[in-house]
Ligand binder design. Structure first.
Ligand SMILES: [Ca+2]
Length: 251
């Protein structure tokens, strides 16, 4: 019995020592782990503090570029809202010369005695009628400009000026041109520039666009999104040959 008691006593002492050493390990390892964590997290803020510095530099650079490239447009505070309507419909316009050619027996080129080949029947540009997507080149919806017209070179293109009769806040301008679908050497203009003016004398360029072309449909619309005001809209287009146009809309 004495031996058994001694054995039990030794076992208890051993167990106590084992438990004590375990708890020491736990308590000692925990501080190490937690001391490592703050060290790591203290590095993280250092990294993130660098990132805002870089992005703020970029922001400064890009805003400087915007200022230098865009001189800014002074809006007319009295301009009317279009409320999504096409305010060009029914309005009058002036334009450069439509092409005159004399027929098969006349050499290719401008012929001042010939009739206009593809005439402007009755304010074609603002009558609200856009050529159908399957319209042929001789459809009455079209009027035909050509780079060989005598006033093309001096104006650096064919031009149209529409008088909206009031100054409007304009957000979308579209010129409906004819695509290569029409054949006979007709193609969409290579460039269409839109300009606006309050008085018809001092112009502000809204920007230039290349018409969206699809050779399976007749229409090649040139649309520009904008945020300007103006009573007059001027359109100048460059074309490799013929430039057919059926409508202009301003919203
Ligand atoms: Ca029309």
């Amino acid at each position: 019995m004495k031996k058994l008691s001694l054995l039990l006593a030794l076992l208890m002492i051993f167990t106590c020592c084992a438990l004590a050493s375990c708890s020491e390990e736990e308590t000692s390892s925990a501080p190490e782990a937690s001391s490592t964590a703050p060290a790591t997290s203290s590095e993280a803020p250092a990294t993130s503090s660098e990132a805002p510095a870089e992005s703020s530099e970029e922001a400064v650079e890009s805003s400087e570029e915007e200022v230098s490239e865009e001189p800014g447009f002074v809006k007319n505070p009295d301009a009317l809202a279009t409320e999504g309507a096409n305010v060009a419909e029914g309005k009058t316009y002036t334009r450069s010369l439509l092409y005159r050619q004399g027929g098969a027996d006349v050499e290719w080129g401008w012929d001042e005695n010939a009739t206009i080949a593809y005439p402007d029947d009755a304010n074609d540009l603002t009558d609200g009628v856009i050529a159908a997507d399957d319209a042929a080149y001789n459809d009455a919806a079209w009027m035909g400009f050509h780079k060989n017209a005598p006033d093309y070179a001096e104006n650096n293109g064919a031009w149209i000026i529409v008088d909206l009769e009031n100054s409007y806040v304009l957000s979308e301008l579209t010129l409906y041109t004819g695509s290569i679908f029409l054949g006979s050497g007709i193609a969409a203009p290579t460039n269409v520039e839109f300009l606006v003016s309050e008085d018809g004398e001092e112009w502000y360029s809204v920007g230039s666009v290349i018409p969206t072309t699809d050779e399976t449909v007749a229409n090649a619309p040139a649309t520009i999104e904008c945020d300007v005001t103006g009573r007059y809209v001027k359109i100048v287009m460059q074309t490799p040959g013929w430039a057919f146009v059926s409508e202009f809309t301003a919203k």
